[in-house]
Design a protein around this ligand. Structure first.
Ligand SMILES: [Fe+2]
Length: 245
């Protein structure tokens, strides 16, 4: 582990991104990190990989009935505990936001309730990974009309969406931005997501990259991904907007 960390440190592969805007490291909140120890260990690895700033984006969906107030409170408690722990060398914990699910079971109505967007009124959204019957564009339009910029998380992971679909064309026309998961590029979610991940990036259809890190298993996979030659090429060749957040 130490040798691997040392090697990756020299690589610093994701330093050009600077900011990770998609992670599940709020302990015990959703399917992410289970305790503060794991959160700190993951943050250390993110720093080693080159991230200097992190936004937490816990799930808002039917399966995890979080409220913005509760999430915000847990976030400030975590920040306090990390500060008290005296651990150094972590990325800046820049803010709390959410990954908002739009599906048949859960749809936040635009204008109802408080949201936790990323800076610049940006809202990270996801769809069902399996069910294609829900059509999000109408609902998304309402958010856009309210001044939000929507970022669709991991478009490459939805088996029913492909880059040449009408859905992608319409979403892009509406101004929806895309965020490919870094781990997709190393085959973490299978061959199709890997192929599609590269495809979105190479076609200029991924403004952001995210780790979508949940726990140490993801952290280890990210370290491996940092050594992937094709991923390093992507980092050199393409520009992403992460560092504007
Ligand atoms: Fe996520």
């Amino acid at each position: 582990m130490f040798e691997l960390l040392k090697k990756i440190k020299q690589q610093n592969t994701f330093a050009p991104l600077a900011t990770d805007m998609h992670c599940h490291l709020l302990p015990g909140v959703d399917d992410g990190s289970s305790n503060i120890k794991e959160t700190i260990a993951c943050l250390k690895i993110l720093a080693t990989l080159g991230f200097s700033k992190v936004y937490f984006t816990p799930h808002f969906q039917a399966h995890y009935p979080n409220t913005e107030d509760d999430i915000e409170q847990r976030f400030s408690e975590l920040k306090k505990k990390i500060a008290e722990s005296g651990v150094e060398g972590l990325p800046e914990i820049a803010g709390i936001s959410g990954e908002y699910r739009f599906d048949a079971n859960y749809e936040r109505k635009a204008g109802e309730g408080r949201l936790l967007p990323l800076p610049g009124k940006k809202m990270l959204c996801e769809l069902s990974l399996h069910r294609s019957d829900y059509k999000p564009l109408e609902s998304w339009k309402r958010y856009i009309d309210m001044g939000y910029t929507l970022i669709l998380a991991h478009p490459e992971r939805y088996p029913y969406i492909n880059i040449h679909s009408t859905f992608v064309a319409e979403a892009r026309k509406m101004g929806i931005l895309f965020q490919v998961n870094i781990l997709s590029l190393n085959g973490f979610y299978g061959d199709a997501a890997q192929r599609k991940g590269f495809e979105y990036i190479r076609n200029g259809l991924s403004e952001y990259l995210g780790t979508d890190i949940h726990n140490l298993r993801y952290a280890n996979a990210l370290m491996e991904t940092a050594g992937n030659r094709e991923v390093k090429k992507i980092m050199k060749k393409y520009t992403f907007f992460n560092n504007k957040l």
